[in-house]
Design a protein around this ligand. Structure first.
Ligand code: AMP
Ligand code: MG
Length: 476
């Protein structure tokens, strides 16, 4: 369809008015298209030619509105680094309408009622990061919000230095956060809380709609999908960096990409977020932080169901997480299911990788090609003995497995490419001087991370020493 043929709806506006604020967008000066996502355009039934037009740029810059659009920003609260903030909300996001089950929004579209001290803008740097990573996660089959397009501009914004503002058009089946529930619970607004829960059930958990005890079921489901998401992050080596409850999707999606990182060398206690001095959101803490966040959600839902019932679900979290984690890791290791001894083999592999300073993605991909000849694997580590010992155990575990099947499974479970921060930095540096070719290149590998891409071979190597395990600033 052409953009001028699309008609959007605004189902969130059926909720009580405390859930949102009708915003006004402020366009950027001299916008230009940086990238448009044809995959997402297809999902939205938008003709691919349309995303190359000026109308598309105008749409992202809120100078063109889709028919039926009635723009608004969402209200939410959240626990930030353990402390409750009673009102946050979309401080720089406006929602521009729903197509089918997908809600479109513009991030960086100017100040809203919820901007607090912020300017309502997003810098080019963080917008590129969000744009590329959401596509990468989608291609890794990790639940995520998506991006339809990215525009740059000549609009200056002040951060540590003056930077250019950008806007991403984000797309998701849900934008509701744990913190959305916390807002209404903390305000004592039970009717709004119930309306929100009903809305979320219809939107993301339709299978429990009309069922008995649906709010307990809702919490149960959120426990399961959150545990699964954590298992996927941990198995691929993803560190989100800002797991505040306002950045936790009720639909179990990876949401609000900030100072995230994929592991370079494997490191249990890696912290990607430079401002996270205590390491609250370190790589290894992610599953337990998610549980802490679920507990905040549970407290927020207490007006709708009993804490006893929800606690039962929460008590299952560790078990569910561990099951999923072993499932994904065994897939990556080429096993058919999980056997006795596998959890130890997995844990010992991580310890070995950390001890030998091994690049996680490179190791797993190299292991996918392993057929007994150890040279390539051994060369990924500082010294050989611990890896040889581990590989002896791996050989025993895999000796009766079909070699061809194992390799096939591993090559589709262990990406050759993940978007590490040093790669993103290089693309951002070029983009800041007007060259978007590397954004295009990274998008190509993000979209197909399991393919060989021989022209991009250098990005499948271990991260260069000087760029390993860096921390990123939260400012965006
Ligand atoms: P984030 O760390 O991006 O998840 O944002 C946390 C909260 O701060 C959310 O309520 C955002 O909408 C808000 N926020 C972040 N940056 C800005 C900004 N530049 N202007 C207005 N609000 C912002
Ligand atoms: Mg956020």
């Amino acid at each position: 369809m052409k953009l001028n043929e699309l008609i959007v709806t605004n189902p969130y506006l059926n909720l009580p008015s405390a859930c949102y604020d009708k915003s006004v967008a402020t366009p950027l000066t001299n916008p230009h298209l940086i990238h448009a996502n044809t995959n997402v355009a297809k999902v939205l039934n938008i003709d691919t030619e349309e995303i190359e037009t000026d109308t598309f740029v105008n749409l992202l810059n809120s100078e063109y509105s889709l028919e039926g659009s009635d723009i608004f920003s969402m209200c939410y609260a959240g626990h930030q680094f353990g402390h409750f903030v009673p009102r946050l909300g979309d401080g720089r996001v406006i929602n521009i309408g729903t197509i089918g089950t997908y809600h479109l929004q513009l991030k960086g579209a100017g100040e809203t009622l919820y901007s607090r001290h912020g300017d309502g803008r997003a810098v080019l740097r963080s917008s590129i990061r969000e744009y590329l990573l959401s596509e990468a996660m989608q291609a890794l089959s990790i639940p995520t919000t998506l991006c339809l397009g990215l525009i740059g501009s000549e609009h200056d914004v002040r951060r540590e230095s003056i930077e250019k503002a950008a806007i991403v058009c984000r797309v998701s089946t849900s934008w509701v956060r744990f913190g959305t529930f916390e807002y209404f619970a903390s305000q004592g607004m039970k009717d709004e809380l119930k309306a929100l829960a009903d809305y979320v059930i219809e939107e993301s958990f339709a299978h429990i709609s009309g069922k008995e005890d649906k709010y307990t079921r809702l919490f149960n489901d959120v426990v399961v999908i959150t545990a699964r998401l954590m298992a996927q992050w941990m198995s691929v080596g993803f560190n989100h960096g800002v797991m505040n409850t306002d950045n936790m999707s009720i639909a179990g999606l990876t949401i609000d990409y900030g100072p995230y990182a994929f592991l370079d060398d494997f490191k249990h206690d890696y912290v990607c977020n430079h401002t996270d001095e205590q390491g609250r959101y370190s790589f290894e803490n992610q599953p337990s932080v998610a549980k802490w966040n679920l507990e905040r959600l549970m407290m927020a839902l207490t007006p709708l169901t009993t804490i006893d019932k929800m606690q039962k679900a929460l008590m299952m979290y560790d078990k569910i997480y561990t099951r999923y984690f072993h499932y994904y890791m065994c897939k990556k290791l080429g096993f058919e299911g999980t056997m006795e001894g596998d959890p130890e083999l997995i844990d010992d592999m991580f310890d070995m990788l950390e001890l030998l300073h091994v690049d996680y993605t490179l190791f797993m991909r190299t292991l996918s090609h392993y057929e007994g000849e150890r040279e390539a694997l051994l060369s990924t580590g500082l010294y050989h003995e611990p890896m040889n010992l581990w590989l002896d155990r791996y050989d025993t575990r895999t000796e009766n497995l079909d070699k061809i099947e194992r390799k096939k499974q591993m090559l589709t479970s262990n990406p050759k490419y993940v978007l590490k921060n040093y790669m993103l930095e290089e693309a951002i540096d070029a983009a800041e001087s007007g060259d978007y070719s590397m954004v295009d290149d990274l998008f190509t590998i993000a979209k197909k991370p399991f393919d060989e891409h021989v022209t991009f071979e250098r990005w499948s190597k271990a991260t260069p020493q000087e760029f390993k395990n860096q921390r990123l600033s939260c400012s965006s």
